[in-house]
Design a protein. Sequence first.
Length: 285
Amino acid sequence: MTNFGVQSWGRLLMCRPTHFDVIHKGLNAYMTMDTPVNKPKAMTQWEQLKQTFLNSGIKVDVMENAKGLVDQVFCANCAIVWGGKALVSCMVSARRDEADQTINWFKSRNYEVYDAREHDLIMEGGGDFGYSFDRKHAFVGYGIRTEEAACDLVKDVLNFDGTDLHYLKLISEHCYHLDVAMLHLSQGHVLAYPGAFDKKSLNLIKEVCGEENVIEISEEDCIGNFAPNSIPVKNGDQHSIIGTGFTTPLRHKLKDLGYGVITTPYKEFLKSGGSIRCSVLDIGI
């Protein structure tokens, strides 16, 4: 059952990028391997992000990076957590070995755990899962990485009583996960890149969230700045968004709507096609 007594994005899991690298060329549209990762700089950027969360009143739990798991820093993909239960992902083969450590981490902290690998359906966790800040609506993305059949697995394993669950089809290779295409903000607004979705799904977003609340963002803000891959923050009566970059028009739009805009450098991780929200998992809900 949805726990409405806790705040969204108030407690996050991060994985220290001790062994982060880009070695799986072509795993997504951003993994060109044209420029090597500056590993000390990546660690500094990760530490700065963690401190930004702490400064914003967000609690952070840290999982250590197992040797050889170069993508584990993107822990959004490792599971979906809902109502105290962790549905551990069945990711593409290049990342499937992350699941064992994820299961052990959640079990050691008394979460109920379900291993999606039992079904052999690609389901990439929080990367293809999103929800309104009040958690009255939740969304599963499919079509690029997560398989459509896995949407029903999410519905069957997790208890969404009190929350309406919707499925969205992704059609852009640059928006291979839902979390790089759409973000729900803390006052009910939604950042969405129209080119990421088929027409039916885009219309569904507008219907569910209210067309007046949907902010359609540019290709530059989606593919260039990873704006939907930011984190929404509510600290008392203050509403903010933590991201790595926004165009001037989008920044002004957000400020006009009452959001503080906080940016922190994260470019080393963009080389792997992931940004800030890819690097966290909401584990408090």
